[in-house]
Design a protein. Sequence first.
Length: 474
Amino acid sequence: MPSVFFPRFERHAHGAGLKGLTTHYCAGCGHGLVQKYLSQAVEELGVQDRVVLISPVGCAVFMYYYFDVGNSQAAHGRAPAVAIGHKLANPDSIVVAYQGDGDLASIGLAEILQACQLGYPLSFIFVNNAVFGMTGGQMAPTTLTNQKTSTTPKGRGRMEGAPLRMAELVAQIDGPVYVERVALFDNKQRHRAALAIKKALRLQIENRGLGFVEVLAECPVHTRCTPTQAEEWVRDQMVPVFPLGVKKDVTVEPWFDPGRPTHDPDAVAAAVGATADAAPRCGARFPAHLDRQDVALKFAGAGGDGAQTIALLTTKAAIHEGFDATCIPSYGPESRGGTSYADVHIAPTEVLSPAAPSPHVLVVFNGESLDTFGPGVRPGGTILYDCAVIPEPPVLEHVRLIGIPFTRIALELGALRGKNMVALGALQAATRLFPEGAFLAALREALRQDAALLTMNETAFTAGVRAVHEEVGT
């Protein structure tokens, strides 16, 4: 069987020379030993081709350069959620989430607790070195009382609270079947650590349940000592606070059998009520007059203005016309009057980046949004704004400013909430992004079960189109 480690590590110098055989860990760091024991367990259990390793955000962020197994990179703290997704998508996979104390016990605390409550057969390796290692040695949830860090230069005190004991916390949850805390400071403890990691994997292989192994690990850099002194520090300072040993070990029969997920397109379509019928298209060409490769739009206003709705409708219209499109919402404190905005990208084949800091088109409903995002519109772009709310817009010489009274038109129609549909019609007329029919098709799909509301919104859309024609003479 091939080694679980890659023969060469490509992270530095493309795997050439000595750098191709070394990791990025500092001398004396505990991560190297933990990963050695993990690789041995995978090899001894014969599951290399089934393992999916979830790499964290932290000192072990580059694990995928070392392990010749399936790898996924998770956002900070989100490894448990990613692990659950992998396990349910492929129940035969052996999923190992590897996380540090800042990753698991701080930003990821909610994820690990909920994952443990579910209790699916998963293996969690929690490396506790009592500090945020990668980001500069800040206080972590596991930092010891009186321990000095970059954010507690006088030592962790009463105001910072007591260290969080994750193994004990997890052991109280119903889901896990095995929880143990181990260490690395001498050969006896290292042997126990290797056995614990292997057991956590075996329980998953046997479909018996979730295993959680906490490893007290050395960080000589941030404890400001030699590797040998770091081992002594773990033994003398950490162990009294984080007692070693098994915290939970329950014998259960194999139980995990979620069934095989189907990826058959017809079955998935039937499950979500989709049909094979193509969405109605208006034969629109890609709006290359705005940009040949990628059109960016931003919609912004206060909460309740409807910016998110027309952003989504624009995205759906683009998809119906056969283009790739993304919509990324961003909700500020809109209930207090703050800005709520959405970024939309439309590309002929694939959107490469969903954010729109420099849009071709900006549609805004309030002055705050115009002040915030107007200067960012790229030269030659278009800004559509509600001149009923913004009577004196700022001077922006690099763009085309078109003021349409969205709010007043909607009030005249007797439907103030329809001002976003007025804006959507204005967008169509001012930019020729797509034909009117493309937007109306998306609108009709969204409101197919509410004829009265659909009629009102179509009327508002048409009014917006007409207002632009009257304003700019298109």
